[in-house]
Write a protein of this length. Structure first.
Length: 131
């Protein structure tokens, strides 16, 4: 049986910032096994990325590294792993993880392209810029 993992648990685990909740999060995540894995949803990963960058000031590379470590651990099952893997690869190259998830999800759904007003996203993840 899987256990779903929420953003706030991942953030407590990764930042160890809350003396009350961090040990609880650590115990919960370290108790996961291959037979009883944690489930990481795409939305949870995107939200975790955003919180680490914008609330905790992590740089993009540190966020990408932390997320990669989580999704590659045998104790986690990842929703739509192909999307997450490609988005993490794009983020390693400088793309925003959330933008990469949006573009990759659309690509896998059969979309010809994804349109955006975000110039950076248009360059980084091959979205089509609307002007």
């Amino acid at each position: 049986m899987m256990i779903g993992v929420d953003t706030n648990v991942l953030v407590r685990y990764l930042t160890q910032d809350d003396p009350a909740q961090a040990p609880i999060a650590t115990k919960a995540l370290e108790s996961l096994t291959v037979r009883r894995p944690g489930y990481l949803g795409v939305v949870t990963l995107v939200e975790t990325s955003w919180v680490l960058r914008h609330t905790y000031g992590f740089d993009a590379q540190d966020v990408t590294s932390a997320l990669s470590d989580l999704v590659n651990a045998d104790e986690f099952v990842v929703e739509n792993p192909a999307v997450v893997d490609r988005a993490l690869k794009a983020a390693s190259g400088g793309a925003d993880f959330a933008d990469a998830v949006i573009a990759e999800t659309a690509r896998q759904a059969g979309c010809e392209h994804t349109v955006t007003f975000d110039r950076r996203a248009a360059k980084a993840v091959d979205m089509r810029l609307l002007t």
